[in-house]
Ligand binder design. Structure first.
Ligand code: EPZ
Length: 424
């Protein structure tokens, strides 16, 4: 179990490179199952959700080859999953459902896992597949599917990212025109569509609320480099904001981060954009309000890091978390460190300006863990961040390593549950 020893840090300084996006790589790995020849994905970071997703694909019969930072997937002998274990490790495992419905007439997929930030049902995924002619039933922790998939006009009751991705993948090999209305518009959806079109798919409107797909007979394997991770970039931007830093995020895409950049500028940071990335200087001083929404609204995945920023600003910040119903678990730990935060359902009020004091706190989910690592940078003394389920390593390829490269002082110790650090 990783235990992070985090010391109070002076202003972060320097340049750091942004990795390829976790939430772009995962659906593209799933989409490889649709191709008739090997797919190579470049610059794949080393975090555990990727390893888990590759295990999911192996259990569906795909051959996987990982060489330094690229992954080659050969989807020849596709079959319904044999081993349920990897599916429970992450939410994105459900993204093999669309490709399997497109290529097999029947089968079953274990229900997914993922951060405990809400109930996270898959009803929108299944409603869309049923509109495409599939019969789906949930039994003994599996989704069973059967039928011959056909084109359809689909309306999503909520612009679910995963449901949009699953239905887009289900439609690309399905004869005829499929329309997905009220689709999610995230950059990761556009990247998935770019990958599929490079492989021969015919897709229009990705990134808008209406996606139109004209099914083709086959997709060929391609080489592809996904987009940079706007959430990693946003997390590092928040770290700079609380330490009065001066950093450069190489490879960041400002056009994917508009809502965050507006908020940080509103709070007093100086941010310059250029073709290579983002320069951020100064502290976030003024309080701000955060209302999480589907893209291009403020991303729910940066709500927790921004709450740490709000703790350091003058005045009261109001947070409204509209995407997940249980995404304030980090507030409890921030209060243990001296923050003044009141949460009531989807609402959180943060009274800024309270000094944070180092404490022993626990990562409850991926982004909460990142928010607490950031809080340790500004807390007096030392903060001990226990990550009992290795949440942080699921979605960041060495967040502490990148922060240390900018001047932080974070030591990661792999402790056993009987380690003295946990028993004192
Ligand atoms: C993706 O999750 C991301 N994960 C999440 O990132 C991100 O927070 C989320 O999109 C929203 O942007 C990946 O891409 C792997 P949703 P996903 O379907 O697809 C409800 C991270 O930290 N819903 O858009 O699961 C759902 O319960 C992770 O990197 C249904 O009710 O998100 C939630 O309240 C966390 N029924 C809301 O919609 C459904 O069938 C948004 O879910 C599907 C979703």
């Amino acid at each position: 179990m990783p235990v992070y020893h985090i010391k109070q840090t002076p202003a972060l300084q320097g340049e750091v490179h942004i990795d390829v996006a976790k939430n772009a790589v995962l659906p593209i790995i799933a989409a490889s199952l649709l191709c008739s020849s090997p797919v190579t994905i470049r610059r794949v970071p080393h975090f555990t959700d990727i390893d888990s997703m590759l295990s999911v694909l192996s259990s569906c019969g795909a051959a996987i080859k990982r060489e330094s930072d690229s992954v080659t997937i050969s989807p020849a002998a596709l079959h319904t999953p044999e081993n349920a274990a990897p599916f429970h490790l992450l939410r994105a495992s459900i993204l093999v459902l669309g490709p399997l419905c497109a290529r097999l007439q029947e089968g079953s997929v274990p229900l997914p896992g993922g951060c405990a930030i809400g109930q996270r049902p898959i009803d929108i995924h299944l409603k869309g597949l049923r509109a495409m002619g599939m019969t789906t039933t949930i039994e003994s922790n599996q989704v069973a599917f059967q039928g011959h998939i056909k084109n359809a006009n689909i309306y999503l009751d909520f612009p679910s990212v995963g449901a949009t991705e699953n239905l887009l993948m289900a439609a690309v090999l399905t004869k005829g025109v499929t329309r997905i209305e009220n689709a999610a518009k995230e950059p990761e959806i556009v990247d998935l569509a770019d990958f599929l079109c490079l492989a021969g798919a015919r897709i229009w409107g990705a990134g808008t609320g209406t996606i139109v797909i004209d099914g083709v007979d086959r997709l060929t394997g391609v080489e592809f480099t996904p987009i940079p991770d706007r959430i990693e970039a946003g997390t590092l931007a928040c770290a700079s904001a609380i330490t009065d830093g001066s950093i450069f995020l190489a490879g960041a895409r400002p056009d994917h981060m508009r809502s965050l950049l507006h908020k940080l500028r509103e709070s007093g940071m100086i941010i310059q954009e250029d073709a290579r990335g983002l320069y951020l200087r100064g502290r976030a001083r003024r309080a701000f309000d955060v209302h999480t929404l589907s893209y291009p609204g403020f991303p729910t995945d940066l709500q927790a890091p921004m709450m740490t920023v709000a703790c350091q600003t003058r005045g009261q910040s109001i947070f409204m978390e509209t995407i997940f119903e249980n995404r304030y678990m980090h507030a409890v730990s921030l209060c243990r460190m001296g923050a003044s935060i009141r949460t009531e359902g989807r609402l959180a009020l943060v009274q800024g300006g309270q000094a944070l004091i180092g404490a022993t706190v626990e990562a409850t989910d991926l982004r909460a863990g990142a928010a607490l690592m950031l809080a340790g940078l500004i807390a007096q003394g030392e903060t001990l961040l226990l990550d009992k389920r290795s949440h942080i390593a699921r979605g960041y390829d060495g967040l502490e390593r990148k922060l240390n490269a900018l001047g932080a002082c974070i030591q990661c110790e792999h402790a056993s549950v009987t380690s003295p650090v946990l028993t004192k």
